[in-house]
Ligand binder design. Structure first.
Ligand code: GDP
Length: 299
């Protein structure tokens, strides 16, 4: 197991989550809009029990809008859950989410206690700060920043924990692990950057060839991923010595371009029936986002 999530760390995160979950009324599950299945962790379904939840598809500014809309429809219809595409940095989000939490609160007579939960780097701290209208949680572009836990009173009938519930990324599925690495959800040291860049190139060739060609002025997407990565390196003048492409530097460039949206609006997973690419997630994986036993099925 890579990225510093050893069984001991997972057990500790689980214990902490169990403790806060007992005092939680509504669960705000943050996933990455570009990979809503791989950025979710199935352990949450059990942990959450019958508590109502809302799925926030964060970083939707980086995702393919059409695919995100398909996900929203899919999650609402198949999983029976409210799903909102969001950009956690947008202040208008606060009012909408607070309203939703209050509507979902099973205890009408008391303040709603909401827990924001998700894997590292998905945008939990950014969301808390947006909701609070000030900086209460440390935002970092590196996974796993730890904090003390207490409530933040949003002064509108909703409290959120200032320390979000940390879930570990689910790396059991290799494709999912590659997608997580591509978006930067797992630490830099956990994977080989060239391998991830080759994965990105291969995926872009299938799902978004025009974006790839436009970004790197490629005449076509023919050839192996390696030859395309080399062509990108040449185009960007990433040479280790005269005429020899520095693959690692090129790989960093490609991963950064994907993460920052310079490659365009890219989604790495589509709902099963839409089959965005050959890599669309299997239906079983999508079940991880389905409701727990005591939630009603979508009608
Ligand atoms: P956490 O580990 O889940 O608490 O994640 P953070 O809130 O620290 O955010 C991780 C990184 O993602 C930071 O660099 C944020 O600025 C960035 N980020 C968070 N939300 C969004 C979003 O909706 N869109 C974009 N583009 N970046 C975001």
């Amino acid at each position: 197991m890579a990225i510093g999530w050893y069984p001991g760390h997972m057990a500790k995160a689980l214990r902490e989550l169990e403790t806060v979950m007992r005092k939680t009324d509504v669960v705000i599950e943050v996933v990455d809009a570009r990979l809503p299945v791989s950025s979710a962790n199935p352990v949450l379904t059990e942990l959450r029990g019958p508590r109502p939840r809302v799925v926030l598809m964060n970083k939707s500014d980086l995702a393919d809008g059409a695919v995100t809309r398909q996900w929203v429809r899919y999650l609402e219809r198949v999983a029976g859950v409210s799903a909102l595409p969001v950009d956690a940095r947008e202040s208008q989000l606060a009012r909408k989410l607070v309203k939703l939490c209050r509507a979902l609160n099973p205890h009408e007579d008391r303040v709603c206690r909401a827990l924001i939960v998700g894997i590292p780097n998905v945008g939990k701290s950014t969301l808390i700060n947006t909701l609070a209208g000030r900086s209460v949680a440390a935002v970092s572009n590196k996974p796993a920043v730890t904090r003390e836990t207490q409530y933040v009173d949003l002064k509108n009938g909703v409290h959120v924990w200032d320390s979000p519930g940390m879930l570990w990324p689910n790396l059991k599925d290799q494709q999912g692990a590659h997608r997580l690495a591509a978006t930067g959800a797992v630490g830099e040291k956990a994977f080989d950057v060239t391998e991830i860049a080759l994965f990105i190139v291969e995926y872009m060739v299938v799902a978004y060839p025009k974006l790839l060609m436009a970004r790197y002025k490629l005449a076509s997407c023919e050839g192996s991923s390696l030859s395309l990565l080399e062509a990108i390196g040449r185009h960007r003048a990433c040479f280790s010595r005269k005429g020899v492409v520095d693959l690692e530097r090129t790989a960093h460039l490609v991963t950064q371009d994907l993460r920052t949206g310079k490659l365009g609006h890219v989604s790495l997973e589509a709902p099963p029936e839409t089959e965005l690419s050959a890599d669309a997630p299997p239906v079983e994986a999508v079940d991880e986002l389905s409701p727990g036993p005591s939630e009603p099925e979508a009608g």
